[in-house]
Design a protein around this ligand. Sequence first.
Ligand code: SF4
Length: 292
Amino acid sequence: MTAHLVDCSCMEPDASWGQVALRIPWSEVGAVQSFAVPVRLVRLSGELPTGHRDGDDSSEMSRLLGQLPAGIRIIVTGEHPAGLVSELPRAMESEHKNLWFEVSGEAKDLVATVRQAGLSGWPVLLPRDSAALWQSPDLLDLLDLYLFEETLQVPIEPFHSMLVSLLSRSGRTLWNMWFGWPLDFFFIDEDHHVSLCASWASDSNRCYGSATDSVSVWRASEAHDSLAAMLDERKSCSDCESCPIRHLCGGALRAVHSDVDCSTWVEIVERLRLAAAALGRTAGDRNHGNQS
Ligand code: SF4
């Protein structure tokens, strides 16, 4: 089940129900406009388009991004952010688009890549599909970059959301961040079948209903119930019972990578917990100072 969510090649669920998230190559950016339902997130992969067209001084990348609607969240996947930084400065300034950089699972020099993207103003997502990444001691260097680099003005996820969760005591876990949304996500295919994604929608046993049904009908369907049961099953991983951070991770890492060594991630969450405690104290001291 989780592998299905991770590997889904055509789209992936997003936080807002009824809105499509797409995973497409740069060359197919224009197809986004042909969808009847609004696309809220687009994940662009493949070679970065570079260069300029005759008589046009904007970069090819800016031109392609210009075809996407304003307000859309755009995640660009890659190994080397240098091309983004050199080709895109004007698009980032002028377009009302929410641009993120997702490190490729194969990034060879992870810390340098994230540093380059982050310090250039690109919010960074660490991909969940690389077991090697989640076991790498380099993640601890990335955490230091996120916590202590004064010139970094953008989030590195999931560190940022985890820290916010700790500070706000919201109880939001890594599981919520990675898998909290499938039950609220409804994909509508061209035949108006509704389900989690395109491949599910084409399987009658996994179809929630039709686009003309109400959301309550979709939620009451057997396929929707079976998705909830599958998610619960993955959540109750017995290996996680004795884990010191299970209430903050929720078993997400082992749900994606069953044999992963979680020690680096445990260390990261413990350090984030210390950072949240220190930040909480600092805020408390400041409030106390204002009152006295
Ligand atoms: S054992 Fe691993 S997957 Fe399970 S809760 Fe702990 S860190 Fe998360």
